[in-house]
Design a protein around this ligand. Structure first.
Ligand code: ZN
Length: 144
């Protein structure tokens, strides 16, 4: 059984992201600029195109999917922790097309913002650092 760490809420940031920017790079840039090392991210809006990853658990590698069409960000949620000593953003998104059907997965670079309203809630607590996890092949939280 995993024993969760207790963390305390700190500041919350609200912002509008930059039209035409890469969504993942913009979020990472904000976290580095504000020195956010532990946090929760939530956003809604729209993208011009999207990059989504699906983790193949057998091969232990991401399959990348590019969806080259405008999509609504119906839900974007994720976290900020530390990888290689720097803030690292991990987000998943559900994105809907004109017919209302949705795509979803691990957000990757290549997702270009049309409009995006974003909230980043920050926490005080122990460092959540990412390290290679042999069982999954992923870079997961190594909690001390
Ligand atoms: Zn993911």
């Amino acid at each position: 059984m995993a024993i969760p760490e207790e963390i305390k809420r700190n500041k919350t940031y609200l912002t509008k992201l930059t039209h035409g920017s890469d969504l993942l790079e913009e979020l990472t840039g904000i976290c580095k600029e504000r020195n956010i090392r532990l946090g929760r991210i939530e956003a809604i809006g729209a993208v011009q195109k999207a990059g989504i990853g699906f983790y193949d658990q057998k091969k232990q590698e991401y399959q990348s999917i590019i969806i080259d069409e405008p999509l609504e960000i119906t839900s974007l949620t994720g976290n900020v922790s530390i990888k290689d000593g720097a803030p690292f953003v991990h987000v998943h998104a559900t994105l809907a097309g004109p017919n209302g059907r949705a795509y979803g997965g691990h957000l990757t670079q290549g997702t270009i913002i049309f409009a995006c309203e974003c909230m980043i809630e920050t926490f005080d607590g122990p460092a959540f650092e990412r390290a290679f996890d042999r069982e999954t092949g992923l870079s997961l939280w190594k909690i001390y």
